[in-house]
Design a protein around this ligand. Sequence first.
Ligand SMILES: Cc1ncc(COP(=O)(O)O)c(C=O)c1O
Length: 499
Amino acid sequence: MSKPDQLIFMSSTQDLSVLRQQIKELESQTRRMDPTKAEWTDWLTEVNSYLNEFLVDTREGPAYRQPEPGKSQEEYTFSLSTNGESLSNALDEMREWVDYSGLNPASGGHLAYIPGGGVLPSALGDLMAAVTNRYAGVAFANPGAVALEHFLIRWMAQVFGFPESTGGNLSSGGSIANLIAITTARDAQGVRPSDYERLVIYGSARMHHCLHKALRIAGLGFSPLREIALDERQRMIPEDLDRQIRHDKEIGLLPFLIIGSAGTTDTGSIDPLDALADIAEQENIWFHIDAAYGGFFYLLPEMKLRLKGISRAQSLVIDPHKGLFLPYGTGAVLIRNIHQLHASQYYQANYMQDAAQADLGWSPADLSPELTKHFRGLRMYMALKLFGIQTFEHALAEKIALCQYFHHAVQDLGFAVGPFPELSVTHFRWAPKGRDLNTVNRWIMGRIHEDGRVFLSSTTLEGQIWIRLAVLSFRSKFRHIEETLKMLKDIVSKLPEND
Ligand SMILES: Cc1ncc(COP(=O)(O)O)c(C=O)c1O
């Protein structure tokens, strides 16, 4: 076998027969890149057996294994070789360093942050998307793949009561979906560079930090951001928003964007969306809702009232990799007027001229910053197609019920709790009299992470540490809640007498 440095490319005078010989040799050396049916089947069998072993651990094992203390990144000795290695070498590395340490987000015991999913039909979709490598960026390249993604956007638009004129995009997650919405809001309002310092944004101290990043990336980092006062359930108070807008207008500023949350990450609170929409409409201000976490609960008839007003946003973010239990890597944004989304995200390059066929309809590449992209629609479609929408509704209702059950049961153990959960996040803490509660609850968090059967996270609200329970994994079941309660009971029974 020739080494690459012996494969000298021809000069313009070289004999073609030499080049032919080189091509043949290169062909034989690259043949392995397209495995035979038998080789491919062997790989799938080996990966399938690895994954089945992983799924047993996911269903029965802990949600969290504390990484070895003090182990640095350099100690993970991943390596590459010149001639490639066996699949089992790669799987061994995953087994040793990746899939059995730290947090297992696929576990039903993952009850922290906003849990992820990983429904298996989506894995089939991803496998198919990778093998077929359909180009879902431009309608010209694959009208069917693009039509599938538009179909899903339209389905979501219908779910959320958005009009026919709606456009959207399947993004890599909620952060990028929010960024698309913010840049569209900026561009749709004809913002000019000289306006930036006078444009006012209204949000809450509880809005997700990706919105702060999006505003900064969109050049709005120096625009005044008003944090509207919150009620006792951590929801924006519309009267304060109204007062603030009036004040800003009086002093010559330009109220520009209201950001509401449908399910904050900290406490699962839902801002009074309908009242915010009234103000936005009256004042002619763009209304954006980040419903990355809470949006899909709108599928449940019982939640329509609680999320009332969601249909009135100019832009809405919802995360299928949260509320539809998909594996990480799928967010979504809906923009009420597709022309505004298009005007903000589109570009025409010379080398793309053949693809610009208007009669094929909209292309995701003209509705988002991405050109070449993963065919995300397939993983979402496969999950909805195989399970049916009602299964998702039942799963979402189950998450709310589990959270409510926990909220009651943890009080029976003597914990103090925050307000009754609006969605599937609740917070609580151990509050013995005369103790430093932050020290006590930090100690409890440490024991929870050491235990690892289930994984919880904490937050700080008005300077006070609270432990959170967030139920959104499709694998979270009653036994995980019972296990959590048992673990908490054990832990507080061992609380040291002094801080
Ligand atoms: C309310 C909310 N918005 C936005 C995001 C960001 O989404 P992503 O992590 O998919 O980028 C999150 C993530 O947890 C979230 O909870």
